[in-house]
Write a protein of this length. Structure first.
Length: 482
């Protein structure tokens, strides 16, 4: 065979080479196995997974274990039968709930199901403005009329914090026809609202309280952590087990409290309406394994280690005057395993870049002002010590390009101008316009640096000049047609 013909055959073979971009990305990511992770998922490369479950995965691999609830006598998710039913019952017992439901589209599907269960068309719902976008989706689906409540501002760290009982009471007095209160606690950065007081206020108005506790799934398993809203009067709580609990991504649990006034049968119907009909057994098993591990003695030791590691970071860095860590000393309660850190003179994005490129450390998220690192059950002490030493080096180094950036700390509109409900805006004709031409128009989409964060715009809200600095990263925005 001459060389020209051989080259042509080789070229033809290359043209027909199978290419899967996500697969290639996973290969690249996996090959860089040396990075130190302080972010979701909480199992941290499998370290925080129940050893029996990890051994099963290592022995057979995900492909051999992949199945749905239609085979292998594993049971069904809707309605729950067999081992799946038993696993949900064990979860309810472990978390102290009346009933618990496994979720395979993250906590989002739990939020949407709760909205359909508790809200009738045009019902007023009091919602924290820092809610997850799935709650707004639930408002659209249920035709709710949201009344927004703004979390407390914390200027020192440039973040939004807790919902105060006083603000809840004031809103209920001003809007006596509110049917439901829905707040997020903890916040992404770990700030905890006074759920007990808020619950008592809601009960005095005979209104159910829903708490998105997505980032607090460890709380039931350690007295050193905040008390779960399940035990403070909330009617229902969602937990994103994959965030910090050690299960696989997009797996969560919805809990109904023991004294809840929620119609559980209606909730089951709505979960079945929204859920996939082909649930992944691997995801379901990961939730069950995470629950079993967290309530075991070994699991509780991992939680204690995570708390100790976080306290170690705080103790080691407290003498650095230019390093600031969100803590219980700041007049509010926090989840200590979440470290929101600022260093004078650095933006969060700059800190993230330095940590990644110079120290091979990956963190959870950044703001203009700082960054969030999660001390997970999968992190070991050597990693934490290395993290501390890295922060010390950054804090004492003479970086030539340190700049005091102009920071956009908060959305200035504490009370948005609402022209119609999210559902009304969602179903009206819309068009895309440039950001510059959007002022005076009504938003047709959700614009937010979230999950999580504060919404910039929700469908049905008026766009004003004050929004423009927060829309600069977008070229266009979808608005209602005139």
């Amino acid at each position: 065979m001459d060389s020209k013909k051989a080259k042509k055959i080789k070229s033809d073979n290359n043209q027909h080479k199978i290419y899967a971009p996500i697969l290639e990305a996973i290969k690249r990511s996996s090959s860089n196995g040396g990075s130190i992770q302080f972010h979701i998922p909480g199992h941290t490369k499998g370290v925080g997974i129940l050893p029996d479950f990890k051994a099963l995965l290592d022995k057979y691999g995900a492909a051999k274990l992949d199945s749905t609830d239609e085979f292998e006598n594993i049971g069904t998710l809707h309605p729950p039968t067999g081992p799946i039913k038993e696993a949900q019952e064990l979860a309810a017992k472990a978390f102290g709930a009346k009933e618990s439901f496994f979720l395979l589209n993250g906590s989002s599907i739990g939020n949407m199901a709760l909205a359909l269960t508790l809200i009738k068309p045009d019902d007023k719902v009091l919602i924290g403005r820092n809610c997850h976008r799935s709650i707004v989706t639930g408002m659209i689906m249920s035709s709710a009329n949201p009344i927004w409540i703004t979390p407390k501002k914390h200027e020192k760290y440039s973040i939004w914090g807790e919902i105060t009982p006083e603000d809840v009471k004031n809103q209920l007095e001003a809007n006596p026809d509110i049917k439901l209160v829905w707040i997020t606690s903890p916040t992404y950065e770990g700030i905890v609202s006074d759920i007990k007081s808020i619950s008592n206020i809601c009960k005095s108005y005979n209104i159910p309280l829903i708490v998105d506790e997505a980032h607090g799934c460890l709380w039931n398993f350690s007295p050193k952590l905040p008390t779960s809203a399940l035990h403070l009067g909330a009617s229902a709580v969602v937990h994103s087990m994959h965030k910090t609990g050690g299960s696989f991504s997009q797996s969560s649990i919805l809990h109904v409290s023991k004294d809840s006034i929620i119609d559980v049968e209606r909730l089951k119907h709505n979960l079945r309406l929204l859920h996939t009909t082909s649930p992944s057994i691997l995801l379901l098993a990961s939730i069950d394994a995470a629950r079993a591990y967290l309530q075991s003695e070994d699991g509780k030791k991992l939680i204690d280690n995570a708390i100790y590691n976080a306290m170690y970071v705080r103790e080691e860095l407290k003498h650095y005057e230019n390093v600031h860590i969100l803590s219980n000393n700041d007049d509010f309660k926090i989840d200590p395993t979440k470290l929101y850190i600022t260093i004078d003179g650095f933006s969060g994005a700059r800190l993230e870049t330095i940590l990644k490129t110079e120290f091979n450390i990956e963190i959870e998220s950044t703001t203009d002002h700082g960054f969030l690192a999660l001390l997970n059950i999968g992190n070991n002490f050597d990693e934490v010590k290395y993290f501390v030493e890295s922060i010390k080096k950054i804090a004492t180094a003479n970086y030539h390009d340190i700049s005091y950036m102009e920071k956009l700390k908060f959305m200035p509109l504490l009370t948005p101008t609402i022209k119609m409900t999210p559902r009304e805006a969602f179903y009206m004709e819309n068009e895309k316009v440039s950001i510059e031409d959007s002022v005076g128009r009504i938003s047709s989409e959700i614009i937010a640096e979230c999950p999580p964060g504060i919404f910039i715009l929700v469908p049905g809200e008026l766009i004003t000049d004050a929004h423009l600095p927060y829309l600069r990263k977008y070229k266009e925005i979808r608005v209602l047609k005139d």
